[in-house]
Structures are given as structure tokens and as C-alpha cells.
Design a binder for this molecule. Structure first.
Ligand code: F6P
Length: 328
């Protein structure tokens, strides 16, 4: 940790998220600005193990701030979960003369990073990049805002057809273990019901709510379901179950899937990614390691990687109330 850092490596790992390219660009350009070399690692930790590196200078990252996905590609590496895999990765970094690593991803990425730090005492800083927003220590993760805008745009379109045909739509959105996308897009798109893993509403409550909507004369409804919802049924089974209870309902199911992860990042995500990319390099050059850079009350902050992955980023109770009140 005491040698001066002359070269920083950057990688993206886990599910891609819009804005990852803006973060890569900021890391590379901050390295140029502070006169350290930068190297991109392809395919996340797998590329680290295979030595799939490319030197990056400021000009290599021109015209990527607006692009979705990640130019460095991403992967979920099984080999990096083994001690041998991580040892190969460390040896490759040493051979390349890399003194510190920036990892952009979610909880799986940070878990791998933590092990790496503990085993090799190698400086690592995390940047939260996931559409799920399920990371503690940051108000927002890179990609979340863009995904929300994508989902709201699609639900608006579904609402047109739902109301034209008096239909009930169940729309499944991403969020493996977290309901942030469902709750916020549901409020933004005016959904009648929102089902999230953090709050098990149970089938009965959903049925009661649909009955109430019917009595109030609603002719079409949108129910947003987080993929991690714990109501006990997948979204298709849920649709079938509700059909049994309301045989006269015309029910349709839409699973939005990976379209939510694509597309050009929103301005909010680009600015967030740029700020966090610069901060990551500055913290590494200041000899900080083992933390994630995040945004709290619009200030760049840091939190231990161990906390970022272990602590819950709580669902805002006020949002739950707003969802309930605005769907009466
Ligand atoms: O973690 C981001 C995420 O998009 C989750 O919302 C989703 O459950 C998962 O990745 C899907 O992963 P994959 O692309 O490997 O199918």
C-alpha cells in the first residue's frame, strides 16, 4: 500500500447498467488528469483471471458517455469465487504493474472485491452500478434512474391498451431482491397496486384491493409486480389465480425483462457516474481502499464495502403511503 500508485485498472462486473460507460470514462479521464496510467479489464473478474487487459487513455473513451451497456463487457465469474482464480487475477495485476483497482457493479461484484482485498491487501474501490438500487450507502446506484424512466415509458404504453380494452395488466419489473424499481415506477406510472419483496401484502389484500377498484368503477388496472415479490406465485400464476376469482376480468401479463437494462443513460445517471468515477480515482490516490463511493444527500460519500453489501437500503415508508393514497 505504500508504493505510489502508477497504474489503475477498471472493470465492470455482474448485470450491466446504463451509465457504466460514463463511469468508465470518468475513471479513465481522472487517471489522465492525475497523470496515472489506466488499464481496462474486459469481462469483469473473468478478464482479470485471463489477463484480458487493454491500456486506456482519455481518447479511448470518447463518445461513450451516451451509450448503454459497458464497453468493457461484463460477466459473472465462477472462477473468481475460488482462491486459485483470485490468485491468478492478483498475479496478472502485478505482472501488468497495476497498483489499484476500480470495480463497477453490485453486491456480487463487491463481495468478490472484499475477498480480494483481504487475501492480497490490494487496494480496491467500488462504484455502485446496478439498476436494482439495492446497495446500502448510496441514495442511488448507476443505471437505476434510466431503468425507472424506461419502465415508466413502457407502462404508459401498456396503459393505453389496458384502458382501450378494459383490461387488468400484471407487469413484472426487475429487482431480484428489491422493490425500488417496482415502487418508484409504479408511483410514476400511476399503478393501482404495487407488489414488492420488502412488504408481503399477501394475495388477500390484492384481491380486496381489486374488488374495491371494481366497485369504484375502475375499468382497467395496472398491477406492477417486482420479480422478487414474495407473494408466493410468479406473475403468470398470479394472473391465473386472479382470473379464477374474477372470471369476467380480461387479464394480461407482461414481463418487461432485460429491456429495462438497456438504452442510453439518463442525464442523472451520467452525472452520477461521472462524479463517482472521479471520486473513486481520487480516493485510491489518497490511499483509501475497501470502500464504495456513493451519493448521499447529493454529496459524494464513502461506505465500507462490507456495509454496502450487508446492510439494507430501506424502502421509504413515505413512498408506500403515497402509492396507497394516490391509487384510491
Ligand atoms: O442485478 C440486476 C438484475 O438486472 C436483476 O434485477 C435481475 O434479477 C438480474 O440482474 C438478471 O440477471 P441476468 O441478466 O443474469 O439474467
Amino acid at each position: 500500500m505504500n508504493e505510489p500508485i502508477k497504474k489503475i485498472a477498471v472493470l465492470t462486473s455482474g448485470g450491466d447498467a446504463p451509465g457504466m460507460n460514463a463511469a468508465i470514462r470518468a475513471v479513465v479521464r481522472a487517471c489522465t488528469y492525475y497523470r496515472v496510467e489506466c488499464v481496462g479489464v474486459y469481462r469483469g473478474y473473468q478478464g482479470l483471471i485471463e489477463g484480458d487487459f487493454e491500456a486506456l487513455s482519455g481518447r479511448n473513451v470518447s463518445n461513450i458517455i451516451n451509450k448503454g451497456g459497458t464497453i468493457l463487457k461484463s460477466a459473472r465469474s465462477e472462477e473468481f469465487k475460488t482462491t486459485e482464480g483470485r490468485k491468478k487475477a492478483y498475479e496478472n495485476l502485478k505482472k501488468e504493474g497495476v497498483g489499484a483497482l476500480v470495480i463497477i457493479g453490485g453486491d456480487g461484484t463487491f463481495t468478490g472485491g472484499l475477498k480480494f482485498i483481504h487475501e492480497f491487501n490490494f487496494p480496491v474501490i467500488g462504484i455502485p452500478g446496478t439498476i436494482d438500487n439495492d446497495i446500502y450507502g448510496t441514495d442511488r446506484t448507476i443505471g437505476y434512474d434510466t431503468a425507472l424512466n424506461t419502465v415508466v415509458e413502457v407502462i404508459d404504453k401498456i396503459r393505453d391498451t389496458a384502458s382501450s380494452h378494459n383490461r387488468l395488466f400484471f407487469i413484472e419489473v426487475m429487482g431480484r431482491d428489491a422493490g425500488f424499481i417496482a415502487l418508484n415506477s409504479g408511483i410514476g406510472a400511476g399503478a393501482e397496486e404495487i407488489l414488492i419483496p420488502e412488504k408481503n401484502l399477501g394475495l388477500e389484500r390484492l384481491v380486496e384491493s381489486l374488488k374495491a377498484s371494481k366497485e369504484k368503477g375502475k375499468t382497467s388496472s395496472i398491477v406492477v409486480v417486482s420479480e422478487g415479490d414474495k407473494i408466493g406465485k410468479n406473475v403468470f400464476e398470479l394472473g391465473d389465480h386472479i382470473k379464477e376469482i374474477f372470471p369476467d376480468y380480461d387479464i394480461r401479463v407482461s414481463v418487461l425483462g432485460h429491456m429495462q437494462r438497456g438504452g442510453s443513460p439518463s442525464c442523472r445517471d451520467r452525472v452520477l457516474a461521472s462524479r463517482l468515477g472521479v471520486a473513486a480515482v481520487e480516493h485510491l490516490l489518497d490511499r483509501t481502499s475497501g470502500v464504495m463511493v456513493g451519493i448521499t444527500n447529493n454529496q459524494v460519500t464513502t461506505v465500507g464495502l462490507n456495509k454496502a453489501i450487508k446492510m439494507n437500503h430501506d424502502i421509504d415508508q413515505e413512498l408506500l403511503k403515497v402509492a396507497e393514497i394516490t391509487s384510491v
